[in-house]
Design a protein around this ligand. Structure first.
Ligand code: ADP
Length: 355
């Protein structure tokens, strides 16, 4: 990653599903180099003024729209190699790293982040690479897994279920954290996988009971890496801390609905406040073009508060926006591309956490 671009934004377009192919076999997305082109939506909105194609520039564009052609299809390995470049090094240098997946439901967030047993996604690939990396110090890796729904944090790995709501606090060096969130020591991918599965079961149980709520929740999976270096000669020791956040955001279609219906919904409690705040913070950081802002309202939502150091602070951030190629999803795809392009303009200032 270059010194200036601490936020990288990538877009990935998934293959059409059977239903979409039957309806309109020609998609509305094409890619060329670092540009994603959204075709005119003339057929989607007959009678409306024809709009020309729109071009959006990103750091990386992954063409995964045709998985029948291995020569052009950007598979899981390619996505990981491109996005992972330098990331594991950055973590061991003491930077915080955050990867978040943004896009409407069904656009490929889970496929890209988790993948399948045969085609593992970013989380398993990053975890393996992180744990295989050698360090000169003694390394401790701890994992936590939480869900944010309706501004409440839930520990997905709490062994004893507790009704108590977890609160967010802020440490003056390490930044915001969740008080009382369980931390689990891990040393292999198998340890991590078991915990992830346990956490996902917890999410799924909630999903079947309250489908609406869980599709509006964000999941944050965090690895905390502590390296301890001991200097024999001077008898001193130093600790280097870093956090690796992998964030699966709630379906972005909720955010656009929220935007469309305005402030009243904030009171009704039926909106996803976090995505709205994230959008607002992304816009204000994008507008400041790297100058330090005197005030950014991170505390407006639990998600943005917890991601504070990943957006405007000492972090290397990757946002992966996932889109569908189908005409049916034109509106959502357009808003995802606009949101992602804005995020690309953020230039934050990364620093290393040292004790
Ligand atoms: P989301 O998590 O955004 O709701 P999913 O990851 O569940 O969406 O993806 C929806 C469907 O599309 C799944 O069946 C998934 O396997 C498939 N899919 C998504 N992205 C890709 C891709 N890049 N290549 C192949 N299949 C994909």
């Amino acid at each position: 990653m270059s010194e200036m671009s601490n936020v990288r934004v990538a877009v990935r377009v998934r293959p059409m599903n059977q239903r979409e192919k039957e309806k309109h076999p020609v998609g509305v997305i094409s890619m060329s180099g670092n540009k994603t082109i959204l075709q005119s939506n003339a057929t989607v909105s007959p009678g409306k003024v024809q709009k020309g194609p729109k071009e959006f520039a990103f750091d990386h564009c992954f063409w995964s729209a045709d998985d029948s052609d291995p020569d052009t299809y950007a598979g899981q390995e390619e996505v990981f190699k491109t996005l992972g470049e330098g990331t594991i090094e950055n973590i061991y240098q003491g930077y915080n790293v955050c990867i978040f997946a943004y896009g409407q439901t069904g656009s490929g967030k889970t496929y890209s982040m988790m993948g399948t047993d045969d085609e593992p996604g970013l989380i398993p690939r990053f975890c393996r690479a992180l744990l295989n990396r050698k360090s000169e110090g003694t390394v401790r890796v701890e994992l936590s897994y939480m869900e944010i729904y309706n501004e409440k944090v839930r520990d997905l790995l709490k062994l004893k279920k507790s009704k108590k709501e977890l609160s967010v606090r802020e440490h003056n060096i390490l930044g915001p954290y969740v008080e009382g969130l369980s931390q689990h020591a891990v040393s292999t991918w198998e340890d991590i996988k078991l915990l992830l599965l346990a956490g996902n079961t917890c999410r799924t149980t909630a999903a079947t009971k309250m489908n609406e709520e869980s599709s509006r929740s964000h999941a944050i999976f965090t690895l905390t890496i502590t390296q301890m270096f001991h200097n024999q000669a001077s008898g001193t020791s130093k600790e280097l801390h870093s956090k690796f956040n992998l964030v699966d955001l709630a379906g972005s279609e909720r955010a656009s609905k929220t935007g469309a219906q305005g402030k009243q919904l904030v009171e009704s409690g039926n909106i996803n406040k976090s995505l709205t705040s994230l959008g607002r913070i992304i816009s204000s950081l994008a507008e400041c073009k790297g100058r330090r802002l005197s005030y950014v309202s991170y505390r407006d939502s639990v998600l943005t508060w917890l991601l504070k150091n990943s957006l405007g602070g000492n972090s290397k951030t990757v946002m992966l926006a996932t889109i569908s190629p189908a005409e049916d999803n034109y509106g959502e795809t357009h808003s995802t591309l606009v949101y992602a392009e804005r995020a690309r303009k953020i230039v934050n200032q990364a620093t290393v956490n040292e004790d």
